[in-house]
Design a protein around this ligand. Structure first.
Ligand code: CA2
Length: 161
């Protein structure tokens, strides 16, 4: 039996999420991004997976990070921030690398302004979790890991590993 290295997940935070905990706590909660990242690391340890986290306010930097995930990570957990509602480039990058991605949002975007109801990312994501504050990230990580593990399980049943 071949020993598999742990799954590695890239966690991407989009624009303005570096401000978390400092402004608009009524919408986005009181936790800082550093606290969310450390909770994600604790959750990843429970799930026996590795994570690498990054935040950028720049669309092209996020596109580059998605490209660089190929060969390094098996899945992407992403809060694209406002780029959710505007970015064909991020959508094309996720579709282009073909890695399973889960989209997460702190706020329930469907209870907010109409322009937040459309996501360019959702059609190329495995799924979306929205409205649970920092727990959206933890739920999203769990969903992505289960998705990846189920995929591997199916492969094994078919004698592919
Ligand atoms: O609910 C989410 O996670 C969002 O992705 C957050 C984005 C927003 O544009 C999306 O519609 C939904 C905005 C992130 C801005 O974060 C801030 C945090 C603190 C203070 C100001 C902005």
């Amino acid at each position: 039996m071949k020993i598999q290295p742990p799954l590695s997940i890239l966690v991407l935070h989009g624009p303005n999420l570096n401000l978390l905990g400092q402004r608009e706590p009524q919408i986005y909660g009181a936790l800082s991004l550093a606290t969310i990242d450390s909770r994600l690391k604790a959750e990843a340890a429970l799930l026996l997976v590795d994570i690498v986290t990054a935040q950028s306010n720049h669309e092209g930097v996020l596109v580059d990070k998605i490209h660089e995930a190929l060969g390094r990570h098996q899945g992407i957990l992403i809060n694209p921030g406002a780029y959710t509602h505007t970015s064909v480039a991020l959508r094309d990058a996720i579709a282009g690398v073909g890695l399973p991605a889960v989209e997460v949002h702190l706020s329930n975007v469907y209870r907010r302004e109409e322009f937040r109801h459309h996501s360019y990312i959702a059609p190329v994501a495995v799924g979306q979790i929205s409205g649970f504050g920092a727990n959206s990230y933890l739920l999203g990580l769990r969903a992505l890991v289960y998705h990846l593990q189920e995929g591997q399980g199916e492969g094994k049943e078919q004698g592919k590993s």
